[in-house]
Design a protein around this ligand. Structure first.
Ligand SMILES: NC(=O)c1ccc[n+]([C@@H]2O[C@H](COP(=O)([O-])OP(=O)(O)OC[C@H]3O[C@@H](n4cnc5c(N)ncnc54)[C@H](OP(=O)(O)O)[C@@H]3O)[C@@H](O)[C@H]2O)c1
Length: 270
């Protein structure tokens, strides 16, 4: 498959103010893409500073938009705000995401529903809005930031893994529906990565699983992820070890055994 060139493409990235989204934005700007950066309103100033940094470092055009994607009207408002200033989005990167750590029954249901709104509903709505335009043009890319958590239940953060399983299933099914056109839906599936999502919040500092998986660098994930995306890979798991653990071992092990191991491997070691 031909390399998907990013120069002068209009790339919209949600959750661009930190972590993987920030590093992806940097990579897109380095490739010469025009970046439409989106973040939660609480990060609006940080986002504007980052937008200016990309513009001065890479000489690309940038725009910044702040919207709360957990709000029911959030995705639609974001879409219309952007539409007023930029007509065509070539690449939508659905990166914004939340995690809630703790056993399902003990965790505040409002926080878990908020996670569903951001990780599932907002992603699905933005994907639907932009996909219609892409299909009408016969050109475009959706890049959903999924996770290796999409491939097996994530004990002690059950709703997070369930949300990523949804993202994965939706992305693969829709990609099959559209891939005979010039449109593609791709995912990047990182393992645990050193970002504010799992650092500084209530996610445990120590998990037994980290001794096997380690913690990835978001800049490395973004760089490798964009290379795979340009090559047209519809699903990309950074790191051979992660592929072996999350794809190969899943196929040859019993689900019951994997869930049993996960209970201990993903339990906080305070
Ligand atoms: N870190 C990992 O281990 C890991 C592994 C696999 C996949 N991922 C996925 O990678 C993506 C990026 O996560 P990250 O690790 O880079 O964490 P991060 O730095 O916390 O980035 C998540 C971004 O989403 C934004 N966001 C959250 N709620 C939002 C809302 N209601 N409205 C608008 N924006 C909102 C956050 O903004 P605020 O900071 O203002 O909330 C933040 O900028 C997520 O989809 C995550 O599930 C992460």
């Amino acid at each position: 498959m031909a390399i998907y060139e990013l120069k002068d493409k209009h790339v919209l990235i949600t959750g661009a103010a930190s972590g993987i989204g920030k590093e992806l934005s940097r990579c897109f700007a380095r490739e010469g893409a025009q970046c439409i950066l989106c973040a939660h309103p609480s990060e609006a100033i940080k986002l504007m500073e980052f937008s200016e940094e990309l513009r001065s470092t890479y000489g690309v055009k940038t725009w910044s938009f702040a919207e709360d994607l957990a709000e029911e009207e959030g995705p639609d408002k974001l879409y219309h705000q952007i539409k007023e200033r930029i007509q065509v989005i070539d690449v939508l990167v659905n990166n914004a995401g939340l995690i809630v750590y703790g056993d399902f029954h003990q965790m505040d249901i409002t926080r878990q529903i908020r996670l569903v709104h951001v990780n599932i509903r907002a992603l699905m709505e933005l994907m639907h809005l932009y996909l219609q335009e892409m299909m009408a043009r016969g050109e475009g890319r959706i890049l959903n930031i999924s996770s290796v958590s999409a491939f097996q239940p994530t004990v002690h953060h059950a709703v997070y893994g369930a949300s990523k399983a949804f993202v994965q299933s939706l992305s693969e099914a829709v990609n099959e529906e559209v891939r005979r056109s010039g449109v593609r839906v791709c995912t990047i599936n990182p393992s645990y990565t050193n970002t504010p999502l799992i650092k500084g919040g209530d996610f445990p500092e120590r998990l037994w699983w980290y001794s096997i998986s380690g913690l990835s660098d978001p800049a490395v994930i973004a760089k490798k992820g964009i290379e795979a995306f340009k090559k047209g890979k519809s699903l990309y798991i950074p790191g051979v070890k992660n592929w072996v653990i999350h794809i190969l071992l899943q196929r040859i092990s019993s689900r019951k055994l994997i869930n049993y191991i996960s209970y201990y491997a993903l339990k906080s070691r305070l």
